[in-house]
Design a protein around this ligand. Structure first.
Ligand SMILES: C[S@@+](CC[C@H](N)C(=O)[O-])C[C@H]1O[C@@H](n2cnc3c(N)ncnc32)[C@H](O)[C@@H]1O
Length: 359
């Protein structure tokens, strides 16, 4: 957020707050690479019960936000509070809004959980409830280039965060030998080329009453044409599964990078690196939780470590996995004890990016 020069950026529990004009809100949705959604808080209070919540929501004038002809949905998130059931809390919020419309105009909006015209978010933490307008709609990790679902994909926002955390400078080669749908390489290229991740998708705010299509289109056009794009260093994506390679190639093309990145079929245990200056290997090999069994994977990680030790002098390695014993097997193969680690969540799964530097 600081890179994008947003103002009054403040880290909060589970999110980041910032001060935004209307166009900042549009720009945040278009440009943030690691955010999941951008929320606009409308009303908040300390609530000791669901009746308090109902009252709090009823104290806000909802006719400012929507008409009874629009549809609504409430997504709720409740933790460490007297209110314990998210779904019930969401229903109380919806009831408070609909009851207010019935009182004021004699009609109520209907609910459309799939494609609401107004998406609301309720967050209750330690009895503090906040109801916000969700300006994003579907999660911002959905960029629009994942044209088919691979077996165990990384969320695009997580892949982008890994690229940042790996320290890859964007001027040296980037290699992902377990590329799956190619997310790490695509997000790496987006960063270097300054391509905003949300350029080709739509957002919930486009259905708001005060949406300014002219402001949004002008901003998107400006971001699309961008500054002159810098050169991309080699980005090498490979996977041993031919079907997966084809899928990666479709995603790369859908991301507009087909002329720059060509995924290919290769076994990571026979990794070959480009000649020239050493770069970064950043990868997310299979880990037992989702595909394959940890036991047979231990060999794969060790062999990968051995191969990298043999061919990657001077390279940096970022290995992303949930399984510390697999990372240990990799370290054994590599013959290098020293590393550092950055903790992440992959959905609800605690994972680590293990970082190594090969002298
Ligand atoms: C966890 S997925 C990677 C997901 C990827 N980061 C994405 O965003 O789609 C692991 C991938 O490793 C591939 N794989 C497994 N063993 C391999 C090997 N020995 N060599 C190359 N690829 C392998 C699988 O086909 C799978 O696509």
């Amino acid at each position: 957020m600081k890179e994008l020069e947003f103002q009054e950026v403040e880290i909060r529990s589970g999110g980041v707050a910032f001060k935004a004009s209307r166009s900042d809100l549009y720009r945040a949705n278009l440009c943030l690479r690691t955010a999941i959604r951008v929320l606009l808080p409308l009303v908040d209070a300390v609530v000791a019960s669901s009746d308090d919540l109902y009252e709090m929501v009823g104290s806000f004038d909802w006719t400012r936000i929507m008409t009874p002809d629009q549809t609504l949905a409430v997504d709720a998130n409740v933790r460490d509070s007297a209110i314990t059931h998210s779904q019930y809390a969401a229903r109380r919020v919806k009831d408070a809004i609909c009851d207010q419309f019935v009182r004021k105009v004699g009609r109520r909006p209907s609910v459309n959980p799939q494609q609401p015209s107004v998406a609301l978010n309720l967050h209750v933490s330690r009895n503090r409830a906040v109801v916000s307008l969700d300006s994003s709609g579907s999660s911002l990790h959905k960029r629009g280039y994942r044209v088919a679902q691979p077996a165990a994909p990384l969320a695009e926002s997580l892949a982008s965060a890994l690229v940042a955390a790996s320290g890859w400078p964007g001027t040296l080669p980037l290699v992902d030998p377990f590329c799956g749908s190619g997310t790490i390489g695509i997000e790496g290229a987006f960063r270097v080329l300054g391509i905003p991740p949300g350029l080709t998708r739509s957002f919930a705010f486009q259905g708001w009453r005060e949406y300014r299509a002219d402001v949004f289109s002008a901003m998107r056009e400006k971001l699309r044409s961008g500054n002159p794009r810098p050169e991309l260093p080699p980005i090498l994506l490979s996977d041993w599964d031919d079907g997966v390679v084809k899928l990666a190639a479709s995603c790369v093309r859908a991301a507009g990078l087909g002329h720059r990145i060509k995924p290919f079929q290769a076994d990571a245990r026979e990794l070959a690196l480009p000649s020239g200056p050493p770069g970064w290997i950043l990868t997310n090999p299979p880990f037992g939780e989702r595909i394959g069994e940890a036991k047979s994977l231990r060999n794969l990680y060790r062999q990968l470590g051995e191969r990298i030790a043999a061919v990657a002098t001077g390279w940096r390695v970022g290995l992303f996995t949930s399984d510390a014993s697999l990372a240990a097997s990799f370290g054994q193969g590599l013959g290098l004890a020293s590393h550092d680690r950055v903790a992440f969540f992959h959905g609800s799964l605690a994972c680590v990016l293990w970082r190594y530097s090969l002298a």
